[in-house]
Design a protein around this ligand. Structure first.
Ligand code: ADP
Ligand code: MG
Length: 250
């Protein structure tokens, strides 16, 4: 149970978003608003366009049509300072993408120094704070290969947090992990949610979605089929496609 209050402004605002790859229309008109402090889980079958939607929200993919606003700035405006908007957004992928030749601390300080221009001491301080948040202070000098998958993913989360994002996007952050390692990563995400972080999470973890999400969005075939509270969408789905998807997860 969370008791946070949601901010009045949408942090993420997606309007009439379409995305095609060649003649394959993958997103077919997506409208989605996520308020400050809101946690939205996106569920749906493989190939339904969940990753493409996330990637359009930080412009890793360029929308074919429609508008995307983050923090009030329009990403799809050709004149926008895209690097400034991207600095508002932290992204965590299924694959952790840590630099193998750098220590955990160096993985956290490098992007701060390169992108934010922080000096070595300031970056190291922020790195230490965020490693503590994810419970990995004792791994500061370790190399990624010596960590478990769950620990590596928590380092990846800390690395994103060290950039001071207003929004965190997660694309199946626990899908590559052995089952016994999933819980620690979800616990970190739950902590962030309770702290009021705005989060968009693509996941198959229905317990997490039920307990942590303010809203659950079910996508199928490039459209949002259902959008509501976890109790509505997971507990009492209105659409046959949603029921069918959920029944196959059990
Ligand atoms: P999901 O994350 O829900 O599994 P995706 O967004 O990854 O779905 O993919 C949706 C569809 O878009 C799939 O048919 C996939 O093959 C296609 N697709 C995704 N990325 C690309 C790309 N870079 N080039 C061509 N097709 C892509
Ligand atoms: Mg995906």
């Amino acid at each position: 149970m969370t008791y946070k209050t949601l901010g009045p402004r949408p942090e993420i605002d997606v309007r009439g978003l379409h995305k095609s790859f060649g003649d394959n229309e993958v997103l077919r008109g997506i409208d989605l608003e996520i308020k400050q402090g809101e946690v939205v889980c996106v569920i749906g079958p493989s190939g339904s366009g969940k990753s493409t939607l996330l990637r359009c929200v930080n412009l890793l993919e360029e929308p074919s049509k429609g508008q995307v606003f983050v923090g009030g700035a329009e990403l799809t405006d050709p004149d926008v300072d895209i690097d400034a908007v991207r600095r508002r957004i932290g992204m965590v992928f299924q694959q952790f993408n840590l630099f193998p030749h750098l220590t955990v601390t160096e993985n956290l300080t490098l992007p701060q120094r390169r992108v934010l221009g922080r000096d070595k001491a300031a970056a190291a301080k922020v790195a230490a704070e965020n490693l503590e948040r994810v419970g990995l202070s004792e791994k500061a000098s370790a190399y990624p290969a010596s960590l478990s998958g769950g620990q590596q993913q928590r380092v990846a989360i800390a690395r994103a947090l060290a950039m001071g994002p207003a929004v965190m996007l997660f694309d199946e952050p626990t899908s590559a992990l052995d089952p016994e390692l999933v819980g620690d990563v979800l616990a970190v995400m739950r902590m962030l949610a309770n702290e009021g972080m705005t989060m968009m999470v693509v996941t198959h973890e229905m317990t997490f979605a039920r307990e942590v999400a303010d809203r659950v969005v079910f996508m199928d075939g490039g459209v949002i089929v259902e959008d509501g509270t976890p109790d509505q969408v997971i507990g009492n789905p209105r659409h046959e496609r949603t029921r069918h998807f959920l029944s196959r997860l059990l």
